[in-house]
Design a protein around this ligand. Structure first.
Ligand code: R5P
Length: 304
């Protein structure tokens, strides 16, 4: 007779309680929310209020504001292991620090690589959604633990089929082509990508090279990340200059700074929707079931 499978526990960071509960529902397992206390000097105290011995622990944390979140996350992973967890995996629907994938100026840290090294030292496996892979072609180039990428494209294409009659997929820059092309293929829609020049965090220029014809289509601006919103604003302006209708913006990771949503409204964007990889009022596309499937696969492989 084979040994009983170790029970699974999902432990979510406090801001990711909804994600943790959704994962636990799909995995049909227990969940808990990490107790996190900040001392007056800013240091963190982390507590896991659940039995951990011989369990497979899945830490759930979306890594926006990574500088504040990462240390408590690593403390929790270490605590789980010290308290007897058999394996400790990470479901991070948004994976931080992927955009700094080269030394753009002399002396800069290549943080995507350093961050990967840090997480790889604390977890047995990683599951994430559409990381910003540009100069790195795969997570395996920088992560030394098994890492699985869940694609948001099928869920986005399904959302488009339900909500947008004749979408025209538009990427604001060449880096977005990988997502735009795949969503367009699944949705059976035409697509194009713009040319972007970034001169600073908030200074972005975007040009629409192709001109259609796309009569009767609704432009859908699609990008992996909205942070300040300036890329989407510039892209929406380029569409307006080309005489196209007000776009719908679809984003995988809604990092959104405090003004981003207002900037998009002011730019005349018709609607903004996002995947729920980062909790945000624009969330409309659910990723938890696909993340849970990937986590289940990782746990099974690790258990062999
Ligand atoms: C960059 O390479 C990403 O794909 C996004 O285009 C970028 O992070 C968006 O940033 P923002 O909203 O600040 O223009």
């Amino acid at each position: 007779m084979s040994a009983a499978r170790p029970p699974t526990l999902v432990a979510a960071l406090p801001d990711d309680a909804a994600l943790g509960a959704a994962l636990a529902r799909s995995l049909r397992c227990d969940s808990t929310v990490l107790a996190l206390h900040r001392f007056p000097d800013g240091e963190a105290l982390v507590r896991l209020d659940a039995p951990l011995k011989d369990r497979r622990v899945v830490l759930a944390a979306s890594l926006r504001q990574p500088d504040a979140v990462t240390l408590p996350l690593l403390f929790a992973a270490d605590a789980a292991r010290e308290l007897g967890a058999r394996q400790v995996g990470l479901v991070a629907p948004y994976l931080a620090y992927m955009r700094q994938d080269k030394r753009f100026r002399p002396g800069e840290a290549v943080t995507s690589r350093s961050y990967a090294r840090l997480l790889s030292g604390h977890f047995d496996w990683l599951v994430t959604v559409d990381p910003h892979l540009h100069r790195w072609h795969s997570l395996d180039q920088i992560y030394t633990v098994p890492a699985q990428v869940v694609a948001a494209a099928p869920q986005i294409a399904r959302w488009l089929a339900r909500h947008i009659a004749r979408p025209l997929l538009v990427g604001p820059d060449s880096e977005s082509a990988q997502w735009v092309q795949e969503v367009a293929r699944l949705a059976g829609a035409p697509w194009t990508v713009m040319a972007k020049t970034r001169r600073g965090d908030r200074d972005v220029r975007v040009k629409l090279a192709a001109r259609g014809p796309w009569p009767g289509h609704t432009p859908v601006l699609l990008d992996d990340i909205v942070s300040t919103g300036h890329t989407m604003v510039a892209a929406a302006a380029a569409l307006a200059r080309a005489g196209l209708a007000a776009p719908v913006c679809v984003v995988v990771h809604a990092l959104f700074d405090a003004q981003a949503q207002q900037r998009l409204r002011d730019a005349g964007v018709a609607r903004v929707v996002s995947c729920d990889t980062i909790a945000h009022p624009t969330n409309a596309i659910r990723m938890a079931p696909a993340l849970a499937r990937a986590a289940r696969g990782m746990m099974a492989v690790r258990a062999q």
